[in-house]
Design a protein around this ligand. Structure first.
Ligand code: ADP
Ligand code: MG
Length: 292
């Protein structure tokens, strides 16, 4: 009953930095058959850095960073932050952006010095009739290295590619390995492209990779997992993870993430360490196994 749940809850909390907001979660943990993880900020540190800069012939690196940095300065996305930091590192003064627009799942668009600048993925370039096919091999190479590759275009011309990598959290590989050993299915849900997501999934040992999901699509993916596995936990840190955290049987927020995710979740991993989930499941299994 509830007193036991609360006792167990506070026990894990003290030990592993887990905050239980909903006591029922402590009992539900023992039934969890599958766990869906957000990628950025959940499996990875959420601190991407620029690793590669590819320029089209005749274009200077500084030009690419000037336009990309200027426009990304208006975006809140972690990918944007990485590009702005790189431009600042190179002491490139950033320009003023007009008519800025973020396009979900694709990238950003705006006007700089009277020209139209786009930064984003293949979908964004296709939609704007920008030819990038000559760079397809380069994009694939970067993505197979688990990097997110973004293209920069000015008016109708491609200027270059910026690739960004987000390192795994220290305990991600070990946590996923243990969950799989406990018989729990692991899945990663991300808006990132299929190839990058697969490369990260492989690095971390996750069994299911669900990529190119729009923010609204995460709930649907959790529902799909529930149809298959009945009791599903979801782990996430972002505003756009909140509906999926609510939909899951146990919603688990990363304590270093957004308040909106924390409020939507049943449980918070205060320090953001995924290993807390293992402690919670083990304790729940041990406590409630013999009661019913
Ligand atoms: P995630 O949170 O998993 O990164 P998003 O839906 O936020 O997923 O982004 C999906 C994809 O859209 C990114 O991988 C990137 O290709 C593109 N994108 C999103 N925001 C930006 C941005 N500010 N600059 C460039 N590309 C972006
Ligand atoms: Mg995230």
């Amino acid at each position: 009953g509830t007193p036991t749940a609360l006792m167990v809850g506070s026990g894990i909390g003290a030990e592993k930095g887990i905050l239980i907001r909903n006591g029922e979660a402590v009992q539900t943990f023992k039934d969890v058959k599958a766990i869906a993880f957000d990628k950025t900020g959940t499996i990875t540190k959420g601190k991407p850095e620029v690793t590669d800069l590819v320029t089209v012939e005749g274009i200077k690196e500084k030009e690419v960073l000037y336009f990309a940095g200027s426009i990304e300065n208006a975006s809140e996305h972690p990918l944007a932050h990485a590009i702005v930091e790189k431009a600042k590192d190179q002491q490139i003064p950033l320009g003023e952006v007009k008519d800025f627009e973020a396009i979900v799942g694709m990238g950003v668009v705006g006007s700089i010095d009277g020209t139209r600048i786009l930064v984003g993925n293949r979908k964004l370039m296709k939609e704007n009739n920008i030819a990038y096919e000559a760079y397809e091999e380069e994009l694939v190479r970067l993505e197979e290295e688990a990097k997110t590759a973004m293209m920069i275009a000015q008016d109708k011309k491609l200027l270059g590619i910026v690739a960004v990598a987000d390192p795994l959290k220290e305990d991600s590989i070990e946590a996923i390995r243990e969950l799989e050993a406990m018989g729990i299915i692991t899945a990663m849900i991300t808006g990132d492209n299929q190839r990058t997501a697969a490369a990260i999934g492989k690095k971390v040992g996750i069994s299911h990779v669900i990529a190119e999901v729009l923010p609204d699509g995460k709930v649907e993916e959790v529902v799909r997992l529930q149809e298959k596995y009945a009791t599903v936990a979801m782990v996430g840190d972002g505003i756009n993870d909140a509906p999926a955290l609510k939909q899951a049987n146990v919603g688990i927020a990363i304590g270093t993430g957004t308040d909106i995710a924390i409020e939507a979740a049943d449980v918070t991993l205060v320090r953001g360490e995924l290993s807390g989930i293992i402690s919670a499941i083990k304790l729940s299994r041990a406590t409630f196994r013999k009661i019913k």
